[in-house]
Design a protein around this ligand. Sequence first.
Ligand code: CDV
Length: 311
Amino acid sequence: MTRIVTVGAAQLGPIARNETRSQAVRRMVDLMRQAKAKSCDVVVFPELALTTFFPRWFMSDQAEVDAYFEREMPGPETRPLFEAAVDLGIGFYLGYAELVEEGERTRRFNTSIIVDKAGKIVGKYRKIHLPGHHEHEPWRAFQHLEKRYFEPGDLGFGVWRAFGGIVGMALCNDRRWPETYRVLGLKGVELMMLGYNTPLHYPPVPEHDHLQAFHNHIVMQAGAYQNGTWIVAVAKAGREEGCDLLGQSCIIAPTGEIVAMCSTIGDELIVADCDLDRCKEIKDNVFRFDYYRQPEHYRLIVETKGVVPCP
Ligand code: CDV
């Protein structure tokens, strides 16, 4: 029996600061309907898909920041996504800002979930690699205050049995770090889902702006190949509040090949039939971990955070 999962990458175009969650959700439900027409089992939406990318603004009023966060999932405005999942028989991955009250403590995470075809949340991930900075830096053309508005995820890199395979999640900046893929690879991941918001302009190193698309794909193609997994990577793209965001959402095979890619920077669905058994071509051969890995020589990876000085 083949294990083919038909996956839709549901790229979103920009979401304005004054757009409501309900407006964004309507666009997403429309993409789910398109996905149904193309026989998708699951669709992947971007990181922080319900609102504009709010970490680009410094806000000193915490209540203003918290207005971008979800206190329940589903809530009244996001419930239509869950209802569409049930009606259409399609699962989804969704990125959103999560606020949780734990006793006296309010915690805020950059979160993603996997919802199955029955509309049930089967997995949750909280972004571990938070990019950007803590303080207001007015010299930048725009801020990137993820380090201020979120705390690092506390759930690790998880995998779940869903859609007939082993599914893992990551969010945006996580895709640049080989550790993300390797931990998921060591958990047997076959289908990795991730959403991103990547500005074309990177204020600290603007000389790399023209390489954004290249860097996006090189890290994910390597991660897919080196761990024998499918990757579905989905952008919020286009000019959002004056900030240009990278598109080129894509679906990558375990061989590292891009099998589908968006060609616009707006709302767009691309689809691929992902044969999960193709992961074995890599996992049982060139990267057969249990036969070839030499973990005794990798200890530094977990023993140090920064570079160890050369003696
Ligand atoms: N949302 C992100 O994590 N964005 C980062 C940018 C700031 C570099 C990214 O890695 O794409």
